[in-house]
Design a binder for this molecule. Structure first.
Ligand SMILES: C[S@@+](CC[C@H](N)C(=O)[O-])C[C@H]1O[C@@H](n2cnc3c(N)ncnc32)[C@H](O)[C@@H]1O
Length: 229
């Protein structure tokens, strides 16, 4: 049903990958924040002499990544400043992680300090005011996991707690206010969460169509951020 909307026909990771690819060049130093089991960039795509570091709060998640996916891994909370990483990267990437950190501000400040002059941060995250996020915030965490399993078939271990701190258009503008350049793109693609019932999904899609039509920044389901240090 959702496939009839052009926005659902697009390859979902396409815009993020395009922004990342634009910044790949020989020798590029990349940090993937919250990379866990799935590196944002595959080994085949990495340019010659690049250095690709995966950072995640969970050693177990990093351990699930394909062998040799990263040149180096760091087990750490992205909110904890690691002075040894200061000015060490040209590019920091992060796919669906910022909504999972307890406090976005220190994470973004750390990312900025890890970038060298002119370096970029490219991140995709879920919006904190989308209908699904609002439901997710209202229900207790464990119940939310079980609900998601029931509704979408996702295994509970693949569902990470989401806090959505500053995960709104204005919240992001504030958190990135010190960066020299910022672009935030809005996406409206939350129908997958409502596929358990065609009637509910149709109602959700009608609402989402209106949000997209109105170009609502506030209620976008996802944000693609690209910022320059
Ligand atoms: C939804 S997963 C995304 C993983 C990967 N980026 C991907 O594309 O599949 C969220 C990841 O963020 C990690 N994470 C959550 N909070 C974090 C934090 N404060 N610092 C670092 N990593 C964190 C989780 O362990 C998990 O691997």
């Amino acid at each position: 049903m959702s496939a009839v909307r052009p926005r659902y026909a697009l390859y979902w990771r396409g815009p993020f990958e395009e922004r990342v690819r634009e910044r790949l060049r020989p020798g590029v130093r990349i940090l993937d924040v919250g990379s866990g089991a799935l590196p944002a960039i595959s080994r085949a795509e990495l340019p010659a002499k690049s250095n690709y570091v995966g950072l995640d709060i969970s050693a177990a998640e990093l351990g699930k990544a394909p062998v040799g996916a990263y040149d180096e891994t760091i087990v750490a909370d992205a909110a904890t400043a690691l002075p040894e990483l200061r000015r060490s990267f040209d590019l920091v990437v992060s796919w669906q992680v910022l909504e999972h950190v307890e406090s976005t501000e220190p994470v973004v400040a750390n990312v900025r300090s890890y970038l060298d002059a002119g370096g970029s941060f490219v991140a995709m995250l879920s919006g904190g005011l989308s209908p699904f996020a609002l439901i997710n915030r209202l229900v207790p965490q464990e119940f939310g996991r079980q609900l998601l399993e029931r509704l979408t078939g996702r295994e509970p271990v693949t569902v990470f707690p989401a806090h959505y701190d500053r995960c709104t258009y204005r919240g992001l503008e504030r958190v990135f206010s010190r960066w020299s350049d910022l672009e935030i793109q809005c996406y409206y693609r939350g129908a997958g969460y409502f596929r358990f019932n065609p009637v509910v999904q149709a109602a959700y899609l009608a609402l989402e169509d209106r949000l997209e039509h109105a170009r609502s920044r506030r209620f976008a389901t996802h944000y693609l951020v690209q910022a320059i240090r």
